[in-house]
Design a protein around this ligand. Structure first.
Ligand code: FAD
Length: 499
């Protein structure tokens, strides 16, 4: 409530925030978390009787405060598929900046609610490029294993992979990759594979095999509310306020920080404004959320001593999407698991790692679909716009050309070998590349630049960054395992030295 005092406030309930809350609570410290999205475990089911709708039928539950859906694949067979929806605190935010739309999860559990669950540890030889100030030995010896274990990461049973119709698209992806001489690998995930097998044999409600992805999963995916946050709340020391948005942080004369919180309803109206005092604050609002808060606080004079690195070094993890049109004899399947389980690795030679992704349309599309992570060198900055009161991002749409060039090192070769062409109907009319978005925002408060080498913000005692904002723009693979492992490393040091 208004005027409350808490020893530690965590802003955001994604990967970084959940790691901080659990480890602080285990160390005997009371933690309060605020989350601007909903606690989906308390949301009543929709007209389909479920909490979360299918990817093929988005509705009011799907998007954060939009009046029209903004599906990542905006078209099918050339037809636009977006539609009007009532404005609502839905689960997926497509946050529009001038040059890019940044997709993020909204709700208790952050990105874990909406993501594909691909849980990939980068190759050790690439780690020095990802986090140059962090010891690879410590990360691969201690913190990556700790993160993988707490997240519940595992790999698909290869024998089942070969026989289920739901991964035909992935097997076609493998055939095409291998015929062109690329390395193809299984990608680990945080899905309960036994549950998925039970979905396949019809003994449980279908989730990954029932087109659930992007707009939430009703079963099977090991989201943060089932892992870190379940453990954290079980300590009895962690409380969470959903539909509470942090808007301001400033130091007080008596010590600690005053934080202004806006409580909102599901239509986005502010129903109460509260000020709480916190001894220490962990910024865990995600790369974009944390960067926006810090840049605004520095520019408006609430936290003027933050250094000039705040807002810098933001990258899109080189995300680029593309579809290929297959021959009639290479059907990818009218049923497809929404959890990708394989990828094509051309990182060393071409700067691209491509997930073989589903296109769960419920009918045969004859398309192979991919989300590539590329070694894009482009980095953008957040700046406060005093005229609008918003935070702008300097990303340019044309910068995705670097990612396209790298992705083409894989897909041009496969198309030549297979005698196939790119799909031009998925992102607009005659548009090959999904170059307007990212799922993987990273940076804005870079480790060892805006903060010290453990996430302590320069200029203020007791302010920490512990989410994807710390990571300098690229992780070479999907990011959440690295965000989690880095948070594990940093919180261990912070608990030992600062608390
Ligand atoms: P987040 O998980 O984004 O959590 C931040 C939380 O803070 C959010 O819940 C947000 O609502 C809240 N918040 C923000 N601002 C405020 C505020 N002012 N006050 C209160 N609360 C606030 N990664 C992978 O590794 N594998 C994948 O397969 C994968 N697939 C993805 C698919 C999609 C569609 C998307 C969108 C992302 C995907 N990602 C994937 C990326 C991954 O989910 C993110 O990298 C990860 O969630 C980032 O973790 P975080 O702790 O930095 O922040």
């Amino acid at each position: 409530g208004n005027g409350a005092r808490v020893p530690v406030l965590v802003i955001g309930t994604g990967y970084g925030g959940s790691v901080a809350a659990l480890r602080l609570a285990q160390a005997g410290i009371d933690v309060h978390m605020v989350e601007m999205g909903q606690d989906w475990s308390t949301v009543p089911p929709g007209p389909d009787g479920k909490i979360h709708p299918k990817v093929s039928s988005p509705d009011y539950r799907s998007f954060w405060m939009r009046t029209r859906t903004k599906q990542p694949l905006s078209n099918f067979l050339g037809f636009p598929i977006d539609k009007a929806v009532p404005k609502y605190a839905g689960i997926l935010d497509a946050e529009d900046f001038a040059g890019i739309s940044v997709y993020q999860g909204r709700g208790v559990g952050g990105g874990s609610l909406v993501n594909g669950g691909m849980a990939v540890t980068p190759k050790r030889q690439n780690f020095a490029d990802i986090l140059p100030s962090v010891s690879a030995e410590e990360m691969y010896g201690t913190y990556y294993p700790r993160a993988n274990s707490a997240l519940g990461v595992s790999t698909i049973d290869p024998a089942w992979f070969e026989r289920t119709s739901y991964y035909q698209y992935s097997r076609v992806g493998r055939k095409h990759a291998e015929r062109s001489g690329f390395d193809w690998t299984f990608v680990p995930a945080v899905y309960d594979w036994d549950y998925m097998k039970a979905e396949d044999n019809g003994s449980v409600p279908k989730s990954a095999l029932g087109q659930e992805i992007l707009y939430g999963n009703n079963h099977g995916k090991k989201t943060l509310p089932k892992t870190y946050l379940a453990q954290a709340t079980a300590t009895g020391r962690v409380t969470i306020s959903a539909l509470h948005r942090a808007t301001s942080v400033r130091p007080t004369a008596a010590g600690g920080y005053d934080v202004v919180l806006e409580q909102i309803n599901t239509a986005g109206d502010v129903v109460a404004t509260k000020t709480v005092n916190a001894g220490k604050i962990f910024f865990a609002a995600g790369s974009v959320g944390t960067s926006k808060l810090l840049v605004k606080m520095k520019s408006t004079g609430a936290l003027p001593a933050l250094n000039g690195e705040v807002g810098q070094g933001w990258g899109d993890n080189g995300n680029i999407m593309v579809g290929r049109a297959n021959h009639m004899w290479d059907a990818t399947g009218d049923v497809q698991s929404t959890i990708p389980c394989s990828g094509i690795d051309n990182w060393d030679a071409g700067g691209a790692f491509a997930e073989v992704a589903p296109l769960p349309a419920g009918l045969e599309t004859f398309a192979s679909f991919y989300l590539a992570i590329t070694k894009s060198p482009r980095r953008a900055a957040f700046t406060y716009n005093s005229a609008s009161g918003n935070v702008d991002l300097s990303w340019q749409t044309s910068w995705k050309q670097d990612s396209i060039t790298m992705a083409k090192t894989i897909f041009d070769k496969i198309n030549r070998k297979e005698g196939t062409i790119y799909r031009t109907d998925l992102f607009g009319t005659n548009k090959i590349w999904g170059d307007h978005l990212t799922y993987h925002p990273l940076g804005g408060a870079i480790l060892n630049k805006a903060t010290d080498n453990y996430g302590r913000l320069h200029g203020y005692d007791g302010l920490y960054v512990i989410d994807g904002a710390l990571i300098p723009g690229n992780t070479s693979v999907n990011p959440f395992v690295t965000i989690t492992a880095l948070a594990e490393r940093n919180i261990e040091r912070i608990i030992a030295a600062d608390l």
